[in-house]
Design a protein. Structure first.
Length: 181
């Protein structure tokens, strides 16, 4: 899914794509990291905090309704506003009955050129988890967590049979050309 500038347009696009995937037989869908916006962490801009939302909230309400209607599991990464001044990069796990099973807050937060995530996100405080879904036990880590093998190991030790890693990192132009992405 290519994410645009408008959060509501991205949600509408995601809902359509999830519906299409469900009609084609998909049972689990994982949306990109921070799918409601373009990846905004390439600069430190206080205005981007306006993109944050509560969980549960309107976006998770709409995704829960869709999950229930389409009988599909959804993993959705959102910019969570937990409290004043406390923000997380959070994945929500919604079962096929529309129930929010839980959430995972990204633990490993990069601070490299073009990845100024520490400006925006507080490291996760929920630990590595596994959720029993209608399709099996799944675990979620987010993007940069993939570079730390203990994240996958600990999630698997908690019972995860399938791991999802929503990510916003795309192709470098040379890689795209070389590998045909």
């Amino acid at each position: 899914m290519r994410c645009g500038i408008e959060p509501d347009d991205n949600l509408t696009r995601a809902v359509k794509m999830i519906g299409d995937a469900a009609r084609q037989g998909a049972e689990i869908v994982c949306l990109p990291e921070l799918f409601r916006s373009q990846y905004f962490c390439q600069s430190e801009d206080h205005n981007n905090f306006s993109l944050a939302e509560s969980i549960p909230g309107p976006a998770t309400d709409e995704l829960s309704k869709l999950a229930r209607e389409q009988s599909i599991i959804i993993v959705a990464s959102l910019f969570e506003k937990r409290a004043a001044g406390v923000y997380h990069n959070t994945a929500v796990i919604i079962d096929a009955d529309g129930k929010i099973l839980g959430k995972y807050r990204k633990m490993h937060i990069p601070d490299d050129p073009s990845y100024y995530e520490k400006f925006y996100f507080t490291p996760g405080d929920l630990g590595f988890q596994s959720w029993k879904t209608s399709r099996g036990n799944l675990g979620v880590c987010i993007c940069w967590d993939q570079w730390y093998p203990e994240a996958a190991r600990l999630t698997a030790l908690r019972g995860a049979e399938i791991l999802f890693y929503p990510t916003a990192i795309g192709w470098h132009p040379r890689e795209k050309k070389k590998y045909g992405g």
